[in-house]
Design a protein around this ligand. Structure first.
Ligand code: NDP
Length: 674
């Protein structure tokens, strides 16, 4: 019997008084127990806030991203042990790949995004500075800093590893410690994964704690710097989010809950098209993966009236090939539900749906299970219903049977399909299988506001598409209304849920000091050698080189035009250029100005500048005509270490004309040796 322990305030706590038994989904035998009424929740919160938080906040975003990558690689090497444990949850090998590999992969993506999209610093800058006064001496900008409390993650049973890691990765990247509370039914898998992460020694003390079993009254002790992220049923979410202490302290509460996700077969995707076959394949996969216990699974299947019979036949044929049985057996395509309780719940919900729809595939009283005892394990067959009058029906739109249960419903035309989609009153994802851009646009305009994600697939995208049900770390996961109103993942957006956005206002130098990014108008350091001769470590924010000026002649413009082939009339034809409201007459090419700017600011000798890697935010602001002259101001704006040898320097470049008007502005990127 497994003793599923908690990790509280730096100590492992075995199960004890108040522990709950956990049965195998396959045999029904009790295999583990979890929970202990002696859990000291206040000590846990204190440990996170006083030990974990400060340690994490000392690290930069890049330090934390590197830590996540190391943890992910550590888990990857040990995933087989998690697979072995996970079979007893009813999951097959391909289910483990979604849960375990998917969770580790999510962590890897956050590690990589943290390095690429966040600074090697402690403050995240949200948007550019705003000039709030006329002269530019009073500026504003938005910054994000880590919450100084603890994130409490309450997870559902269906993804014991992914469910934890998809919340943990953005939380740790933000710099916030987490207390993870997995659903008891599969907590033994989560506990094993947490043990691995702790044993790796890669996480600072207090960054990660675990509650196996009940959470006690932890939520009653949360404060304004804490956050709760919940995944599970709508009833539990409602009960937890109504906690007066959470409301009193405005504790952030993000919820992912029941969702009646739908898939629409486009009007163009009739039988015989690649889209029709793709639709049937996607629906069958979503019904049977994880035995339908996926928050994103397709519950409602909307097809044009004329395609209903063809879809039922094709889907039935595919579902009939789904071998149900012992998830350890290679031939098994669908394992068991997580528990006998969950099986009872699914059958009850299926009966409710059955009152409004006819079951056209799968009979829970008559199906075959290979290699396991059908009566002891929590097995059910895939069940497909057909609701002929979805406008009159209610349960098919509001009852989530959290198993391999879906309902086909006909639609008359696209507005009708949109109406049915929105009857789910908020979902995590809706998919539309269509090869018609107009259909995609109409569904988007009519229905996007009801869904956290819209997934379009067709003959072009199908070879690479990741599947209706796969939440990707890059894309938002969550949804309005019934789906809980929460939002997770979505790249760096997901990290922001654990940070506070603050508007800061002050002088350019104050903003530069806080954000570690030079703000134009701030002090320019001009008493150093040319910045191209100074290494990455030597140059300072605000170091500035002011070039001499150079006159632009008509000959320069003509030479550049003939050399590059860019003989556009604005540079070559005085009358035509004059007729254009933007130009006083023939003007210099923007690219000529950029080239001359480089000629004015570079220091040509070999030195620490290794490469020019790009240019951002280029704006040409005033035309430069023959006879005008330009000069350049080059300032160090931001520095980001990239690897062991060099880092990226972001330069703020301003081109002025002879009247000190800004002719062009951009950011130049170079790689500079340390
Ligand atoms: P529950 O809502 O029962 O549980 C979710 C989590 O909340 C579990 O960790 C559970 O812990 C915890 N919990 C329950 N009561 C409390 C409490 N009083 N205080 C603190 N924590 C509490 O959902 P399940 O995981 O059991 O799944 C049940 C249903 O949820 C499914 O049938 C499905 O409808 C829905 N679901 C929806 C998902 C989605 O994202 N759309 C995903 C997964 C499930 P414990 O297990 O210890 O009770």
């Amino acid at each position: 019997m497994l003793d599923v322990q908690s990790f509280a305030a730096g100590q492992w706590l075995p199960s004890g008084a108040g522990a709950r038994n956990i049965a195998s989904a396959i045999t029904g035998d009790v295999i583990a127990q979890a929970g202990n009424d002696a859990l000291d929740v206040q000590a846990m919160l204190g440990h996170a806030r006083e030990v974990g938080g400060p340690a994490l906040r000392k690290l930069t975003f890049h330090d934390r991203a590197k830590m996540l990558k190391a943890v992910a690689l550590y888990l990857m090497e040990r995933k087989q042990a998690l697979y072995e444990l996970s079979y007893d949850t009813g999951a097959t090998l391909s289910d483990h790949k979604i849960d375990i590999d998917g969770g580790i992969g999510t962590m890897m993506v956050f590690a990589s995004k943290g390095r690429r999209e966040m600074p090697d610093a402690h403050v995240y800058l949200d948007g550019p500075p705003e000039q709030l006064g006329r002269a530019g001496d009073f500026m504003g900008r938005h910054i994000c800093t880590p919450l100084q409390g603890v994130a409490v993650h309450i997870n559902a049973f269906n993804f014991p590893v992914w469910g934890m890691l998809e919340k943990l990765a953005p939380t740790l990247l933000a710099g916030v410690p987490a207390i993870v509370k997995p659903a008891t039914a599969t907590s033994y898998v989560t506990e094993a994964c947490v043990r691995m992460m702790l044993e790796s020694g890669l996480l600072p003390k207090g960054a990660l704690q675990l509650v196996s079993g009940g959470l006690g009254d932890m939520l009653d002790h949360l404060e304004c710097q804490d956050a709760v992220a919940f995944t599970g049923s709508a009833d539990t979410a409602l009960m937890l989010r109504s906690n007066p202490k959470l409301m009193q302290h405005s504790v952030r509460f993000a919820s992912e809950q029941d969702s009646l996700n739908a898939s629409v077969l486009g009007p163009d995707a009739v039988a015989g098209t690649p889209e029709f076959d793709l639709f049937v394949k996607e629906v069958q996969r979503e019904m049977t993966a994880k035995a339908g216990q996926k928050c994103t699974a397709i519950r409602r299947i909307m097809v044009p009236e004329a395609q209903v019979d063809a879809v039922i036949a094709a889907l039935g044929e595919r579902l009939a090939k789904t071998t149900i049985g012992d998830p350890r057996a290679e031939a098994t395509r669908m394992g068991a539900l997580v528990s006998a309780g969950q099986k009872r719940d699914v059958l009850e919900k299926a009966a409710l749906i059955g009152a409004e729809a006819e079951r056209v595939f799968g009979n829970p009283d008559d199906f075959t299970v290979a290699g396991a005892d059908k009566d002891k394990g929590a097995f059910v067959p895939p069940m497909l219903f057909h609701c002929a009058d979805p406008d009159a029906a209610q349960r098919v739109h509001d009852t989530e049977a959290f198993g391999p249960v879906s309902t086909i419903m006909p639609y008359r035309d696209l507005p009708h399909a949109i109406d049915l989609l929105n009857k789910g009153k908020g979902s995590l994802v809706a998919s539309i299988i269509t090869n018609d851009g107009d259909v995609a646009r109409e569904v988007t305009m009519g229905s996007a506001a009801f869904h956290g994600r819209l997934y379009f697939n067709n003959r072009t995208s199908m070879s690479e598409a990741t599947g209706h049900g796969a939440p990707l770390p890059h894309m938002v996961h969550g949804g309005p209304g019934r789906a809980g109103g929460g939002e997770e993942l979505g790249g760096i957006r997901g990290v922001m849920h654990y940070m506070q956005r603050t508007a800061i206002q002050g002088s350019p130098d104050i903003l530069t000091s806080i954000g570690k990014q030079w703000v134009p108008g701030g002090t320019e350091i001009t008493d150093q050698a040319h910045p191209f001769t100074r290494t990455f470590n030597q140059i300072k924010l605000g170091e500035t080189f002011n070039s001499p000026s150079r006159e632009i002649t008509l000959e320069d413009i003509e030479t550049f035009a003939h050399f590059t082939g860019d003989t556009f009339y604005a540079h070559m034809d005085e009358d035509a250029a004059k007729a254009n409201p933007f130009f006083p007459g023939r003007v210099a090419h923007g690219y000529l100005l950029l080239s001359f700017a480089a000629g004015l600011f570079v220091q040509p000798d070999p030195g620490p500048v290794l490469a020019n890697t790009g240019l951002d935010n280029l704006r040409f602001m005033a035309p430069v005509a023959a006879g005008d002259s330009i000069r350049v101001r080059l300032s160090v704006k931001h520095k980001t270490p990239r690897n062991e040898e060099y880092g990226e320097v972001r330069w703020h470049v301003t081109l002025y004309n002879q009247n000190d008007e800004v002719a062009a502005e951009y950011e130049l990127l170079t790689m500079n040796a340390y």
